[in-house]
Design a protein around this ligand. Structure first.
Ligand code: SAM
Length: 472
């Protein structure tokens, strides 16, 4: 029985409700009247249900699809302006006891060297990341209670926050580690993490169990209810995601939105972010062996429909995707991207030749952060290194309230301008700085509130003189 308020995975992600949704969207994919009604509701900017959004995803009327894409772009602009938040993944350990068939870190893979960073090595990685200009990290680790126990993760977080190198600082550490207990989520919360991220991989229980044949991750219920435990442990920013390519994308899409509805129904706050990774080539993994790969057009449609369905939820795209693909998705709804990423353990301080890397997956966008920043600015985006919401306790429902009242622009826009200025002063190449200073001038002039404008002007001058960390 489908029940978004239930704490039982098989009730809030009801297989039958997903199947009924797919049937409903098949029956209505050419129902222009209904599609128009759904689009009219979506234009109010308050989101859609999984059923409504599934009809849009399944619609193949060209004219309506154009409307869907145009609306996604509009919602993106209205809610996020032209800001794009930057982050980098930091791989702590690739020891893993699971048997995930799509991941090269699976326990049976004997070709890849297993590595776990010491605290000294973490320090080197963080300094390398700070020297690139990063302020926000997502730490990643395989699941291994002996090699990567929670104490190791907690100690690593402490190390990361403690490193202040030149003008650098990591101000938000997001965490992508395996599902754990409420007690452990409490400890992560106390350690000051930003978002807890856990990809569901697939919401289809049967496929999930086949794709995770061994190890603790095999347990569908434990994995799917992880966000509930995270919320119960006090973490109010959680990040959802599915690994597209494993199962039918329409199934995943409906279930992903059901998961978001469940969090909203029970905890009063939906997911902070949604990630949309696609399965990629990696050491002993060939993405072509999975039957459900999606092409770039369907991928774009998924991103557009997520944007419309959950306007307040940030959307993340990583360097798994190429520059060209990322450019397209930025228009349609992506609000956060990684840049200059290494997906191997120790890859920032000690880059290895591509062939010898123990990377989790092949990175398509290999450009250094400086180039990514310049590219964003040349496309008309405002790169942001802001972490102010987190630093000021604007998380969970407090963050969502500000988003929903559209006040977020009053904070985010000036903060983006000031953190970009810091980046340009401290880390940018001459060419990037030139493009950036021009952009800052332009963006500064769009600030409407005279009081905010005068504070920003003052702060920009202070940043030029060497002061840092200004925020609203
Ligand atoms: N070990 C943690 C867990 O069990 O959830 C998560 C960390 S893992 C380093 C991060 C994510 O990378 C996984 O959740 C998975 O979705 C993704 N991933 C694994 N293999 C991949 C591949 N071949 N291509 C693209 N993404 C992959």
């Amino acid at each position: 029985m489908y029940n978004p308020k239930s704490h039982n995975a098989e009730e809030f992600i009801s297989h039958n409700e997903v199947l009924d949704t797919l049937k409903y969207s098949d029956e209505n994919k050419n129902n222009v009247e209904l599609i128009d009604q759904i689009l009219a509701k979506a234009r109010l900017g308050k989101g859609l249900t999984h059923r409504e959004a599934s009809v849009l995803l399944n619609c193949d009327i060209e004219e309506k699809n154009k409307e869907i894409f145009t609306l996604a772009e509009k919602i993106k602009k209205d809610y996020y302006g032209n800001r794009i938040v930057l982050f980098a993944p930091l791989y702590l350990s690739n020891y893993c006891v699971n048997g995930c068939v799509y991941c090269p870190y699976h326990a049976k893979n004997k070709h890849i060297p297993r590595r776990k960073l010491t605290q000294e090595e973490i320090k080197n990685e963080v300094i390398a990341l700070q020297d690139m200009g990063h302020k926000r990290l997502a730490i990643e680790a395989g699941e291994d209670p002996v090699n990567n126990p929670l104490e190791y993760i907690l100690e690593s977080i402490k190390t990361i926050y403690s490193i202040k190198h030149k003008n650098g600082a990591i101000r938000r550490v997001n965490v992508n580690i395996a599902a754990t207990t409420v007690e452990n989520y409490k400890k992560l919360h106390e350690a000051g993490i930003g978002t807890y991220i856990l990809f569901q991989e697939t919401y289809n229980k049967e496929s999930y169990e086949t794709l995770h044949p061994t190890g603790p991750k095999h347990n569908y219920k434990w994995h799917t209810e992880a966000m509930d435990r995270a919320m119960q442990g006090g973490i109010d920013d959680v990040g959802l995601g599915v690994l597209f390519g494993l199962e039918s994308y329409r199934y995943e899409f409906a279930a992903l939105l059901m998961h978001a509805e469940h969090l909203e129904a029970v905890y009063g706050v939906g997911p902070h972010t949604i990630s949309v990774p696609r399965i990629k080539k990696a050491d002993d993994i060939d993405p072509d062996t999975f039957d459900n790969g999606i092409d770039d057009d369907i991928f774009a449609k998924i991103v557009a429909c997520i944007r419309i369905a959950v306007p307040y939820t940030g959307m993340i795209i990583s360097t798994r995707e190429s520059e060209k693909c990322r450019e397209r998705l930025l228009h349609l709804g992506v609000s956060q991207i990684s840049g200059g990423s290494k997906t191997s353990v120790g890859g920032y301080f000690n880059p290895m030749p591509e062939k010898e890397e123990s990377a989790q997956f092949d990175v398509s966008d290999r450009r250094p952060l400086d180039e990514v920043i310049r590219w964003l600015m040349e496309l008309g985006y405002l790169p942001s290194f802001c972490t102010a919401c987190y630093g000021s306790g604007r998380t969970g429902d407090r963050f969502m309230e500000i988003c929903k009242s559209q006040q977020i622009h009053n904070f985010c826009h000036p903060n983006a301008i000031m953190t970009l200025k810091e980046y340009l002063e401290d880390y940018a190449s001459v060419q990037t700085k030139k493009v950036g200073d021009k952009l800052i001038n332009k963006e500064f002039n769009t600030l409407e509130d005279e009081k905010i404008k005068s504070i920003v002007e003052d702060n920009l001058q202070k940043i030029e003189k060497g002061e840092r960390n200004f925020k609203f």
